[in-house]
Each structure stands twice: as C-alpha cells, then as structure tokens.
Ligand binder design. Structure first.
Ligand code: IPM
Ligand code: MG
Length: 376
C-alpha cells in the first residue's frame, strides 16, 4: 500500500513538471529561415526497411536539386530496431535519440511494439517515447475517399491521455490493476488550437470534438470543455461533439459521413478511430501520419511493423503508399508544397494502377516505387 502511494505521488510530481515544460517550449521551427534542413530517416523494423527504401528513392529524386545544393540533407538514423532496443533495454536508445535530435524532422518506418505474451521484454513503444521526448503533441491523419466525397482530417492528441502513463500502471494486488489517464489544459489547448487553425485556413471546415465525457468525466470532460472554449475564438466555424462510440458508427454511415471535416480526439480514441478511417480509405497501408511539435516533427505510416508479413515471407509486398503519404505531409511541413502535391498525385496514380492487397499477391513495393520514379 505505502509503496503504491509513493508511486502515485511520483507520477503526480512528474506530470506537474511536464506541464511546466510544455508551457516553456512553444516556439515553432521556422523552416524558411534555415540554411539547411536535415531530414532523419529511420527505417525501423518488420516491413520498415522495405517501405523506407521506396520512400528514400522517391525523395532523393524529388529533392535532387535541394540535396545537390546542400539545402536539404537526408541522414540515415541507425539503431531504431527491435534488436538494438532490446539489447539496450531502452525504447529509443540514448544515442539514437541524440542522432534524431540533431535533425529537424524525422521520417520513421514502423517499429515493433512489445506486447504482453510475445516473449519480448516490456519496453515502451518507440512511437510513444519519441512523441513524448520530442514533444510531438498533434498527430495529424488525413483520410480521403473522393468517390464518397469524404475529406477528413484527424487531430489526435499525441502525448497524454491514456498514453502518458501507459507503461506506468500499477498492480495494486494480485487481483487489482490500475492504469492512469491524464488530460492537461496546456496539452489540450495546443492541440485544439492546431485543429481550429487548420479548419480556419482551409475555408472554415466543420470541427467535431470526440470524447467519452459521459463516462470519463474528469479527463474527457476537461478535453471537451477546453475544445468548446477554443471554438469561441472561431465563431465562423461550425463545431459539434460526439461520443466516440457513435463517432465510430457515423464514419461508416454514408448518409452523413461526408459532413465531417476536422476531428479533435484524445489519444486512445484517436488511435482507434484513425485506423477505422484508414480502412474506409482503402486500408492502413494507404494512410500517412504526421506527428507535429513546435521544435520537431515526425512523419510515419499509420500502421505497425507487420511482423506477420515478414514471418510469412511476403514483406516485399508491403504497400509503401503509407510512408509516401507521410513524405507528402513532411514536404508540406517544411515548405515544399508543390513537390508535396506532385508526390500526392503520383501516389494516387500508382495506387489506382497497381494492386497492393498486402497478402503476397499483386504488385511489390519495388514495382510501386518504379512506377512513381518513372513519372518523376
Ligand atoms: C499508431 C500506432 C501506435 C499507437 C503504436 C505502434 C504504439 O498504433 O501510431 O497509431 O498506438 O499510437
Ligand atoms: Mg494506431
């Protein structure tokens, strides 16, 4: 008992300190003012190296002039593999994190997350660690289905909620376990601000706040009221809110789903709902994901490392569209909008022309990549 009270006390102290750090760290990087932009590239594991090879080839061709002139550097980040992470017993080994912090943005392949019963030691997810260590507070995930007139963008809170202390739960006894969920004013407001700014800058899109505030009264309750507070600063924007369960249903209701534009969600609901949304778009292999902070940003596929594809010997059939979409978001973030649009069009063209079911049939990642390279 005493032991657990001490653990909880420590957790509270850490969260109070995190809030102070959040308040201090809020000057965004001005990419236009940089002499050189350094893009770190960490392949990760599982199908990571396959899709990263594709992304690198495409980026190197697309950015050939900038790379030649030294305006952009693409730098390999070694060691973000499950083997190295297990060997060092660190979610992101210190030296790897140091290399990443020398870059301005990170392009990241999927990294295996140890789970209960898989025989791997209990180290935290590399995603969760990187999002926390680089303070990447907004997880931005667009989903479009042109034939259904669906154009959604999800702003998922990325550093708190159920994830902040996900590896720090407590077994109170043999029979009782507890996890913790954390919502802060600073963490919620900066996410809500980013979402409303996006909605405003794109023609006052509708904003929907997604919670389960009828059950999670403190944390989601705070999230909901802070988002509505922020909405008052954007009177031209139509804002509503939905509980996450009915949101999941609405996304597959073709009568209403095209009315939604921008979603704001706490971390775990955002995780689940964005996989659902990606599936509506054509599968998790088609969706990119941006993790945006003030100083740093990280771009990745929405999906995991697909160890099953590797085990079945079909990793070569992984769809690189997800990571290429992440490249597109990265190019926009660092100010290369035209190149982003060019890439977007080519990924869509390749997706329409080739067959990437991910089950070892159809086209390979290399064929997908060549299709794009030929048109660049
Ligand atoms: C995602 C992933 C991660 C998450 C995993 C790999 C830890 O599912 O980026 O959505 O849960 O956030
Ligand atoms: Mg997920």
């Amino acid at each position: 008992m005493e032991d657990n009270i001490l653990k909880i006390k420590q957790i509270i102290e850490e969260q109070l300190a995190r809030v102070e750090r959040m308040k201090a760290n809020n000057t965004p990087t001005d990419f236009a003012a940089l002499d050189k932009i350094i893009i770190g590239a960490a392949a990760g594991d599982g199908i990571g190296p396959v899709i990263m090879k594709s992304a690198r080839a495409v980026l190197e061709k697309l950015l050939a002039d900038e790379i030649a002139s030294g305006k952009i550097e693409i730098r390999d980040i070694e060691g973000l593999t499950i083997e190295n992470r297990v060997e060092k017993m660190q979610a992101v080994p210190d030296d790897v994190l140091e290399q990443i912090k020398q870059c301005h943005v990170l392009l990241k392949g999927p990294t295996t997350t140890p789970g209960k019963g898989d025989g791997l030691p209990n180290i935290e997810s590399a995603n969760v660690t990187l999002r926390r260590e680089l303070d990447l507070f907004a997880n931005v995930r667009p989903v479009t289905v042109p034939e259904k007139n669906i154009d959604w963008i999800f702003y998922r809170e990325n550093t708190e909620g159920e994830y902040a202390l996900g590896s720090r739960g407590i077994d109170i006894s043999d029979e009782i376990s507890m996890d913790f969920k954390v919502t802060t004013d600073a963490g919620t407001k900066r996410l809500a601000r980013a979402a409303f700014e996006y909605a405003k800058n794109n023609g006052n899109l509708n904003v929907s706040i997604i919670t389960k505030a009828n059950i999670m009264k403190k944390t989601d309750g705070k999230f909901l009221s802070l988002c509505y507070e922020m909405a008052k600063e954007y009177p031209e924007i139509k804002t509503d809110d939905w509980y996450v369960d009915i949101c999941a249903a609405n996304l597959i209701n073709d009568q209403i789903n095209s009315n939604f534009n921008v979603f704001i969600l706490p971390n775990l609901y955002g995780d689940i709902i964005t996989d659902e949304a990606a599936q509506i778009q054509g599968g998790v292999g088609t969706a990119g994901s941006a993790n945006i902070g003030n100083r740093y940003a990280m771009f990745e596929a929405i999906h995991g490392s697909a160890p099953r594809m590797v085990k079945d010997g079909i990793a070569e059939y992984a769809n690189p569209a997800s990571l290429l979409k992440a490249c597109e978001m990265m190019l926009r973030h660092i100010g290369y909008t035209n190149k982003a649009e060019k890439l977007c069009a080519l990924v869509d063209e390749a997706s329409a022309a080739l067959d990437m079911p991910g089950d070892g049939t159809g086209n390979t990642a290399a064929e997908f990549t060549d299709f794009i390279l030929q048109k660049l």
